[in-house]
Design a protein around this ligand. Structure first.
Ligand code: KG4
Ligand code: ZN
Length: 338
């Protein structure tokens, strides 16, 4: 009988210190996330130095908690998977160094994982992947359509030319005086309003690329113009109009790419995948099509280490390894064909 593959995943690329253990890449036996959101809220965004300091304080506690939750010891772990990038360099380094120290001390293989590959593989904790597939990656730092021919193959067919979808959400939320991260607040508000304000839809015809900065500016201008004229603008209608524009573009591009690439599955990944408007619009768009739509539960959409362990498990089986010279790469590209 084949032994179960136990992977310890470590994630510290932004503002969550996380450790998790997966069994055979699909089953979570421990999942611990220490969020720093409360510490960054008063600054309206993530402060890199504060993030690093929190990671240093939390990393050992979080890893020990994951081992305890899974009721396993380090000797039973087959490999350590860690986010090597992209992300904040000082934050990434805490996870990378913790992973290296553990790999050295316990003589375990070290597997470097791309953060976005992790977001995509969060879907494998829900269902088995069917190739070829298309992943719509929508996070705070990335908006990409990624084509996967097989495990470990990531081909970017479209990406944002400026702001990521999550970034646009956070900036619009700031203008509407909402706390960081703004995405969930705009999402909630959008459901109380109607999309009656005319905002641009950045189609970028003939390309699968995205652009959200013009839309973001249009929202900001709408607010400022109304203020100057002394007119009241209903924040819920603005939120609904902004969300409708973002969702329309994301859904249309995904539907078009699915038709062109003839994929079997569509995965949604990243923090903005938690968006209720996006989830229901995608469900509606794909309901009549012969393609399986997979959207992870909310807790797997935002940063966690179970997704890093899930991706690391596949990479481990493909023979991907790092030695103790592994470094954090803040601008790491996903275009890898392992
Ligand atoms: O994937 P993630 O946790 O971190 C990155 O890797 O960037 O994504 C965080 C982003 C933030 O911009 C946050 O505002 C956004 O995801 N987000 C949402 C929602 N929940 C989180 N955006 C829109 N609607 C939501 N419900
Ligand atoms: Zn992320």
């Amino acid at each position: 009988m084949k032994k179960d593959l136990l992977i310890l995943g470590i994630e510290t690329s932004c503002d969550e210190t996380a450790a998790a253990i997966t069994k055979n890449g699909r089953e979570i036996i421990a999942n611990v996330v220490a969020s720093q959101i409360e510490s960054h809220k008063r600054f309206g965004g993530v402060v890199p130095e504060i993030a690093s300091r929190h990671h240093v304080e939390q990393i050992t506690i979080v890893i020990e908690a994951a081992l305890k939750q899974a009721n396993v010891t380090m000797s039973e772990i087959d490999a350590i998977a860690v986010t090597e990038g992209p992300g904040l360099v000082g934050a990434l380094l805490i996870g990378v160094n913790a992973a290296k120290a553990l790999a050295f001390a316990h003589q375990k293989p070290l597997v470097p994982v791309h953060h976005i590959a992790g977001h995509i593989y969060a879907n494998r904790l829900v269902t088995e992947l069917q190739f070829p597939l298309l992943a719509l990656v929508v996070s705070g730092g990335h908006t990409e359509l990624v084509y996967m021919k097989e495990h470990g193959h990531f081909e970017v067919i479209g990406e944002t030319r400026d702001d990521a979808a999550g970034e646009a959400y956070d900036k619009v939320a700031r203008v509407l005086n909402m706390p960081y991260p703004g995405g969930p607040h705009i999402d909630r508000l959008a459901h109380e309003g109607s999309p009656v304000i005319d905002l641009p839809r950045p189609w970028l015809e003939g390309s699968y690329d995205f652009s959200f900065s013009g839309l973001k500016s249009a929202v900001i201008n709408t607010v400022h113009n109304a203020e100057q004229r002394g007119e009241a603008i209903a924040p819920e209608d603005l939120a609904a109009s902004f969300q409708a524009s973002v969702v329309d573009v994301l859904v249309k591009k995904t539907v078009d790419a699915v038709a062109e690439y003839g994929v079997k599955q569509v995965l949604v990944a990243g923090g903005v995948a938690a968006n209720k408007g996006l989830r229901s619009a995608l469900e509606e768009a794909f309901s009549g099509l012969d393609v399986e739509l997979v959207i992870p539960p909310l807790s797997f959409c935002t940063d966690n280490a179970a997704m890093i362990a899930a991706a690391g498990s596949v990479m481990f089986e493909k023979g991907v390894r790092a030695d103790l010279s592994l470094n954090a790469i803040p601008g790491l590209e996903i275009e890898i064909f392992n």
